[in-house]
Design a protein around this ligand. Structure first.
Ligand code: S3P
Length: 169
């Protein structure tokens, strides 16, 4: 079976929907950030703080390479995985890629009060989310399949994602 790969901005619901879809499809769920944290023995926040974002992006590309070699996975990627085109090409070789759409307002609400995302700490998280999302929007829009995550229940979103996976997989 091809992998099901969920992409989208922070707060788009990749982990929630990934878990539900994996349970429904009988596939193994992998959260890429957690996979990196286990591999390195550091939290994503500590990797950013101590080694910098570009070191994290290298680890992320390594995770993409390893996970794309395995079958039968539902992979929740980190929101920045689209920043390297090679990540997308690699994931697409063995997986069906689905973008979970979210707007800046909803992403702000969903990520508020959470401390594990280094790019959203400090002043004006809402402004940072608007800027980052605008910058990345063309990259997310280039993913061939997408499902709207705003205004739909997790079960509805999961059903739509599974339908795409079963048609394309
Ligand atoms: C990031 C998203 C995070 C995590 C890191 C950077 C990003 O994952 O990989 O904090 O650049 O969008 P989630 O999308 O799971 O929050």
């Amino acid at each position: 079976m091809k992998n099901l790969v969920l992409l989208g901005f922070m707060g788009s619901g990749k982990t929630t929907i990934g878990r539900l879809a994996a349970a429904e499809l009988g596939l193994r769920f992998v959260d890429m950030d957690q996979w990196i944290e286990q591999r390195v023995g550091m939290s994503v926040a500590d990797i950013f703080a101590q080694r910098g974002e570009s070191a994290f992006r290298d680890l992320e590309a390594g995770a993409v390479g390893e996970l794309a070699l395995q079958p039968n996975l539902v992979i929740a990627t980190g929101g920045g995985v689209v920043l390297r085109a090679s990540n997308i090409a690699t994931l697409a070789r063995t997986g069906v890629l689905v973008h979970l759409r979210v707007n800046a307002e909803t992403a702000t609400l969903r990520t508020q009060g959470k401390t594990h995302r280094p790019l959203l700490q400090g002043e004006d998280a809402a402004g940072r989310i608007r800027a980052l999302l605008a910058e990345r929007q063309p990259l997310y829009d280039a993913i061939p399949h997408s499902v709207e995550s705003v205004g739909h229940s997790p079960d509805e979103i999961t059903r739509d994602v599974i339908r795409i996976y079963q048609t394309e997989g």
